[in-house]
Design a protein around this ligand. Structure first.
Ligand code: FES
Ligand code: FES
Length: 266
């Protein structure tokens, strides 16, 4: 594996992140492994399903919180874990459906509401639906019914035809019939309230990942190396280093689509 001179001495070769409040360290992670693969095969968190494996069905959705370099705060949103490279989760806090609730710990209000509305048949899509709704309510506790519907445009259910699922999720809306369920208190939404702000934080502040990641990551397996430069200088230096050789490289951002280098320069 080539050593990047700019990052040598300050980089790390292990990933550190949190899943459902537990801290994990993964030494020399495999750059070809996805987050969904790791959750299912390494941690037995099989509530996160994988079907299409290409970002089209939503059954693999998990919620993530990570430092926002733009303002020093944090960003929270849902991602398709089937597309999310494991190597990209350094410093993240990840919430899977197991982190929301279950049979032993007690079901989360969103899980209960989905069941009350008969929104689950085989249940394969349900974890992704639940986590997606959790992501929306964490950002906007009282969405409109239209906003709920829009938020589910990346989800597919093969069984129920969506109506009972959307009915269940829309029952959390500000403009829904209160007799059908009504909005949810933020205290009921999550156990993870920021001790400082009192807002939903998913443990990020508690776990100390507020602020920006300052360390570069450098790891590799099976002939593939992964770098996470943290400054533009590091990025340009890496590009220079690899453009002169015969190596192929790609810049990974959301990883929802791929284009070749010519496309990027057009
Ligand atoms: Fe279908 Fe990830 S498995 S979006
Ligand atoms: Fe079967 Fe949605 S309940 S895929």
């Amino acid at each position: 594996m080539p050593v990047h001179p700019e990052t040598n001495g300050t980089n790390q070769e292990e990933l550190r992140f949190w899943v459902n409040g537990k801290y994990h360290v993964v030494p020399n992670p495999d750059p070809s492994m996805t987050l969904s693969e790791w959750l299912r095969s390494q941690r037995g968190l099989t509530g996160t399903k994988v079907m299409c494996g290409e970002g089209g069905c939503g059954c693999c959705v998990v919620m993530v919180t990570h430092p926002d370099p733009a303002n020093g705060g944090t960003l929270s949103y849902t991602v398709n874990s089937c597309l999310c490279p494991l190597c990209s989760v350094e410093g993240w806090t990840i919430t899977t459906v197991e982190g929301l609730g279950g049979q032993k710990a007690g079901f989360h209000p969103i899980q209960r509401r989905l069941a009350d509305f008969n929104g689950s048949q085989c249940g394969y899509c349900s974890p992704g639906m639940v986590v997606n709704m959790y992501g929306l309510l964490s950002k906007k506790p009282q969405p409109s019914q239209q906003e709920v519907e829009n938020h589910f445009d990346g989800h597919i259910c093969r069984c129920t035809g969506y109506r009972p699922i959307l009915d269940a999720m829309k029952s959390f809306s500000a403009d829904a019939d209160p007799e059908k369920g009504g909005c949810i208190d933020i205290e009921d939404l999550t156990k993870h309230l920021c001790p400082t702000t009192g807002e939903v934080c998913n443990g990020a502040a508690v776990n100390g990942v507020n602020g920006t990641c300052s360390l570069s990551l450098r790891c590799g397996q099976h002939g593939v190396s992964w770098y996470r430069p943290t400054t533009l200088e590091q990025l340009y230096s890496l590009l220079e280093q690899h453009e002169t050789g015969q190596e192929r490289y790609k810049l990974v951002c959301g990883n929802t689509a791929a284009g070749d280098r010519d496309d990027m320069t057009k």
